[in-house]
Design a protein around this ligand. Structure first.
Ligand code: NAP
Length: 246
């Protein structure tokens, strides 16, 4: 079975549905169990099986309980997608301690806690796949000192887990999306005081494939990295951004 965090909406929801279509039972984790209903219903309507569980990925006890619950109901988790994420954008001089801590807690501590909680199932099965959601912001992005730091940190985390877990048949990779149409980017547009349509048009003009990304673009990349055939790909950062990144 596969676990996807932050799977109530956006990239996580698309990824959960895609992994279900690939044949995995899916643990659909998000902050509030109630919000996972749409994703779970979509998977079940398509003939798959899924379980929605509420968990704050930054809370060690809650993570342990959630992983144990999905493992008991759906079987050992052999795929983990660390997707849950938040932004608290601000220029450095305006960024609060809380903005910094909240972003690092969800992305870094959350991915650490989730990975630690599932690794035993994977090493025991001598097969596993961990995919961490990084971002092109890891390369630096104005107003995102906290987020860029977390997303760059996830790349080091990815490479280290790949080294530690490889001999147990577990691959660990990161996907670094560019501009993807989700509530997260819609909120950024609102914060910047521009319409989401204008923001997408501006972004698309600067992207070599001449369009913005959709959650399914990322789900497709996760599907590949989670596949059996990708077993020799580990410790990599796959930029899924419609063009090269500098
Ligand atoms: P989204 O639409 O905002 O969805 C994120 C989900 O994560 C939400 O359902 C959110 O729940 C959940 N979440 C937040 N904090 C959590 C926590 N502590 N524990 C469990 N779940 C939590 O975001 P998205 O655009 O799909 O992004 C998904 C991932 O891709 C994130 O890691 C993001 O940084 C990364 N990414 C996105 C883009 C992009 O352009 N959209 C680009 C690069 C990377 P609530 O709704 O309850 O807050």
């Amino acid at each position: 079975m596969a676990i996807v965090t932050g799977a109530a909406r956006g990239i996580g929801a698309a990824t959960a549905k895609r992994l279900a279509a690939d044949g995995f039972a899916v643990g659909v984790l998000d902050l509030d169990a109630g919000t996972t209903k749409d994703t779970v219903t979509a998977i079940e309507s398509a003939g798959g099986s899924a379980l929605g569980v509420g968990v704050d990925v930054a809370d060690a006890a809650a993570v342990k309980a959630a992983v144990e619950q999905v493992a008991a109901e759906l079987g050992p988790p052999l795929v983990l997608v660390n997707n849950a994420g938040i932004t608290r954008d601000n220029l450095l001089f305006k960024m609060t301690d809380e903005d910094w801590d909240a972003v690092l807690a969800v992305h870094l501590r959350g991915s650490f806690l989730m990975s630690r909680a599932v690794q035993g199932y994977m090493t025991q099965a001598t097969w596993g796949r961990i995919v961490n959601l990084s971002s092109t912001s890891a390369l630096g992005n104005r107003g995102q000192a906290n987020y860029a730091t977390a997303k760059a940190g996830l790349q080091g985390f990815t490479k280290t887990l790949a080294i530690e877990l490889g001999k147990f048949g577990v691959t660990v990779n990161a996907i670094a999306p560019g501009f993807i149409v989700t509530d997260m980017t819609a909120a950024t547009a609102a914060r910047m005081g521009i319409s989401f349509e204008d923001m997408q048009a501006q972004a698309a003009a600067a992207i070599p494939v001449n369009r913005v990304g959709q959650p399914e673009d990322i789900a497709h990349a996760v599907s590949y990295l989670a596949s059996d055939g990708a077993g020799f790909v580990s410790g990599q950062v796959l930029y899924v951004a419609g063009g090269p990144t500098v």
